[in-house]
Design a protein around this ligand. Structure first.
Ligand SMILES: [Zn+2]
Ligand SMILES: [Zn+2]
Length: 368
């Protein structure tokens, strides 16, 4: 592979070599304090990327107070992933052109390309039309202009504080280099592993996958299939039991009043769109199959999806009505809504079972 971005290559390859070469000497110098500094800066640096760079700046999934933006823009330099402006620019292209030639970190070019190698080759053709909102944000533009001095100052400050509790060697190793390395790989996993290893519930046509293990390593970003299907949602893990600390942080910040306008996609809409998408995808795959099972599946897919869409629309209509009616009508409506919800739950289960048969019998997911 021909390297084009020597600065990125020398920095990334350089700290990996240094970490490995110094490993035998550092073991005796590490202490509990080294671990604590590593963990705190890892958590802060990592979550400022997911909550800030990703969900706030790239996807506008919520709005934030300028003070919150400043904190995110400064603390995110702990993770050394260059400016929020450039990061968001590339990330928006990733969503728009996912799995194609114009995707900056396309998984179609290989696992290691998507994980790390793309940074050594990628020639950014900066297009202001991709990030017009961010170019109007003075804070984001400031961070982009002074990224290097900011990153040096923040990481230098961590080093300085860490030196109070351990040797400078241990402070540099665990407080700076090892932490940058760990955050880097956790972020990069989203482009590599989260497009390779897991399940596809929300967008079967994409390489993005949902994976609980990955969510643990990536501050909740492991629910990547959902994220690609509904990128405007401030949550990636939409169930209460999904491990998504980024979502929890944003939610808490909203309670405190530092952020607002948290965007979510209504669950009924999610499932309804899913049914429509699944149906289109499966029918196109089954159209070439001539056996009896395929014919039966085609019929059932049409029948169930129509029933689901009709009921989902009726439920959404009744929810809208609920806001306008009197107390007396309200109780009648609530009974109807409960009934519709029950029916939709049962139909959803039936839909999942049906699509599962189609996917397994005709290897639909593997054809993409
Ligand atoms: Zn995204
Ligand atoms: Zn992705």
């Amino acid at each position: 592979m021909r390297i084009k971005n020597w600065d990125a290559f020398l920095f990334i390859a350089g700290y990996h070599v240094l970490l490995l070469a110094l490993l035998p000497f550092v073991i005796g110098a590490l202490s509990w304090a080294s671990f604590v500094v590593f963990l705190i800066t890892f958590l802060i640096g990592g979550i400022s990327i997911t909550a800030g760079y990703h969900r706030l700046f790239s996807h506008k999934a919520y709005k934030a107070h300028p003070a919150y933006e400043w904190v995110v823009l400064i603390l995110s330099t702990l993770s050394v992933q260059w400016s929020a402006l450039m990061w968001s620019h590339d990330h928006r292209l990733h969503h728009k052109h996912v799995d194609t030639e114009q995707d900056p970190y396309s998984i179609k070019k290989g696992f290691w390309y998507a994980h790390i190698l793309w940074m050594f080759r990628y020639q950014r053709d900066f297009d202001s039309k991709v990030v017009p909102d961010l170019l109007k944000n003075k804070r984001v533009v400031f961070q982009d202009r002074y990224y290097l001095p900011l990153a040096l100052a923040v990481n230098g400050a961590v080093f300085g504080v860490a030196c109070l509790f351990m040797s400078p060697f241990a402070a540099l190793y665990s407080g700076v280099l090892l932490r940058i390395c760990a955050i880097h790989h956790c972020t990069w996993f989203i482009n590599s592993l989260a497009h390779t290893w897991g399940s596809k519930t929300y967008a079967k046509e994409l390489t993005a996958v949902d994976n609980h293990v990955l969510a643990f390593l990536t501050f909740g970003e492991g629910y990547h299939n959902y994220h690609h299907a509904f990128a405007g949602d401030y949550r990636n893990g939409i169930r209460w039991y999904h491990f998504d600390p980024t979502k929890w942080l944003v939610w808490v910040m909203a309670r405190v009043g530092l952020v607002e306008g948290l965007r979510t996609v209504n669950e009924i809409r999610v499932r309804k769109e899913l049914v429509i998408k699944d149906k289109t995808l499966l029918l196109s795959h089954l159209s070439g199959e001539l056996d009896d099972l395929a014919a039966e599946l085609r019929g059932k897919l049409e029948e169930l999806s129509t029933a689901y869409e009709t009921r989902a629309s009726a439920l959404m209509e009744k929810m809208r009505e609920l806001r306008k009616v009197s107390d007396e009508q309200r109780s009648v409506l609530l009974v109807e809504i409960r009934q519709l919800r029950r029916e939709l739950r049962a139909q959803w289960k039936a839909w999942l079972a049906l699509t599962d048969i189609a996917v397994r019998q005709y290897h639909v997911a593997h054809q993409h």
